[in-house]
Design a protein around this ligand. Structure first.
Ligand code: FAD
Length: 442
């Protein structure tokens, strides 16, 4: 899962190099990589360079194109443009191998409006990616049939007795605290939809009501309805151990540690766990428009529902949901070692660069523009223009994680709105009215 905690730098777009590579070496790179390669090179010393590059690329690709490489994306855009502009150009200049629309240089859909004629301001971008990433088959597909999400199938008085399948530490040694990925087997008896939660009743007595069982604790489900085993029989949690530090001594006091999170993180395969639910409709993934934009903001374990969304969008083959929109994840954690599911998300970035964006705020490692700690709201501010434009065109925005994240985020959004001459209160009420605003904090 999160085995390698090395700071892997995902292939971000644009990927720039300061020296233009030689044409043969570029072609070699483009034609021999199995994965997405995005090359941007500052150039053009002359239009002839561009033409020779295109022709060389064309002839070389004809000779060497590997079957795995079937899409080339081509764009010319100004260096200083914002990335949404660059993305939109990338999307409008798709050239596919299989339909041969790239057959001659003149057929490149080079719209003059996209070409900035100042030499110092031109960038040529080639992006080659695999045709379609093989997705994982899921079953049973009848889980797609109901029109409404399952709700409260098991209640606290009669919980379902599920079985722990695995417990895996998700974070590296330098992460403050511990977060675990926990898979439980519900045998297909407690179906749920992405974005819902289960309740867990930890063993033992309720300390406030002796003789009664412990209270239910809710956990967002971090897997799709098919579970991590793709068979509809499991659900996964992303749980952070709640520990208590004595404010006077600064030392951990195990007698006051969180009951349920520690029970879950300490459990072993085969152990029984009482679950209730599923519950929650706020964080359901709206699927009526498969081309929609979803902006997902998380702190820590708040990433759980987004892991489920992203697996549904990019990992699973679901005949009734073919995602072709944009998913943009902002994840705030303390440091690189605390990143959750980073390998999974980085892979989507490589495989679906036009459909996925991933920005991380590492509060203890990165600085914001004022020299302070980098929190998710600082990342939101950095991209506020794009975010506001996307919201204006119907994007969904989600917030999940610790309650404490919301005031800082709301302040930032309000400030940005004011700078843009908009009323945040009006905008927020419109977003809520349009069902674009989804918040689940705890
Ligand atoms: P509790 O036993 O309930 O204790 C709560 C806190 O009080 C702990 O920090 C504990 O250290 C402290 N405490 C205990 N005794 C004392 C004392 N005597 N004096 C002072 N402090 C004390 N959590 C996740 O990790 N992942 C999720 O995906 C997730 N999803 C959620 C979704 C929803 C919709 C909601 C509402 C909550 C979610 N939570 C999630 C939070 C989760 O429900 C629990 O609240 C959390 O795990 C803590 O529960 P606990 O039983 O471990 O701690």
């Amino acid at each position: 899962m999160q085995q390698s905690r090395k700071a892997e730098t995902p292939l971000r777009w644009p990927y720039s190099i300061s020296t233009p590579p030689s044409i043969p070496s570029l072609t070699h790179t483009l034609t021999h990589s199995k994965h997405l390669i995005t090359c941007i090179f500052f150039c053009f010393y002359s239009p002839e360079f561009f033409l020779s590059l295109s022709l060389h690329f064309y002839s070389s690709m004809m000779a060497q194109a590997h079957s795995a490489l079937s899409q080339i994306t081509f764009a010319v855009y100004p260096c200083n443009s914002d990335s949404s502009f660059r993305r939109s150009i990338l999307k409008t200049n798709n050239v596919r191998f299989h339909d041969k629309s790239w057959i001659s240089v003149s057929d490149f859909d080079l719209k003059t409006k996209n070409v900035v004629h100042s030499r110092s301001q031109r960038i040529l971008c080639f992006s080659v990616q695999q045709a379609s990433k093989p997705k994982v088959g899921v079953s049973p597909l009848l889980l797609e049939d109901p029109k409404e999400p399952p709700m409260h199938l098991y209640k606290p008085k009669e919980p379902y007795s599920a079985t722990i399948v695995s417990v895996e530490r998700l974070v590296g040694p330098k992460a403050p605290g511990e977060t675990c990925h926990i898979v439980i087997d519900h045998g297909g008896n407690v179906p749920y939809w992405e974005g819902q939660s289960y309740g867990v009743i930890p063993p033992g007595e309720n300390p406030k009501k002796p003789g009664s069982p412990n209270n239910v604790r809710l956990y967002s489900i971090a897997s799709t309805r098919y579970g991590d085993s793709f068979d509809g029989k499991t659900a996964s949690f992303c749980v952070r151990r709640a520990v208590y530090y004595d404010p006077d001594t600064g030392k951990e006091d195990p007698s006051k540690q969180g009951v349920c999170s520690n029970f879950l993180c300490d459990s072993k395969p085969g152990d029984k766990v009482k679950i209730t639910g599923p519950s929650g409709k706020i964080m359901l993934l709206p699927e009526d428009n498969p081309k929609a934009t979803h902006i997902m903001i998380a702190t820590g374990t708040g990433v759980a529902p987004y892991r489920a969304y992203l697996r549904r969008m990019f990992m699973e083959s679901v005949p009734t949901f073919k995602f072709g929109g944009l998913a943009w994840l902002f994840l705030g954690v303390a440091n690189t070692d605390s990143l959750l599911y980073d390998d999974e998300f980085s892979q989507y970035l490589r495989d679906y660069p036009d459909n996925f964006r991933y920005d991380r705020a590492l509060s203890r490692e990165q600085k914001n523009k004022n020299g302070g700690k980098m929190y998710v709201q600082d990342k939101i501010e950095e991209y506020s223009d794009e975010i506001f434009k996307l919201l204006d065109t119907g994007a969904h925005i989600y917030f999940c994680g610790l309650k404490g994240m919301m005031p800082g985020i709301q302040d930032t959004l309000k400030r940005v709105a004011e700078q843009r001459g908009e009323s945040w209160d009006e905008k927020l009420s419109q977003l809520k009215k349009n069902k674009q605003w989804h918040v689940e904090v705890y």
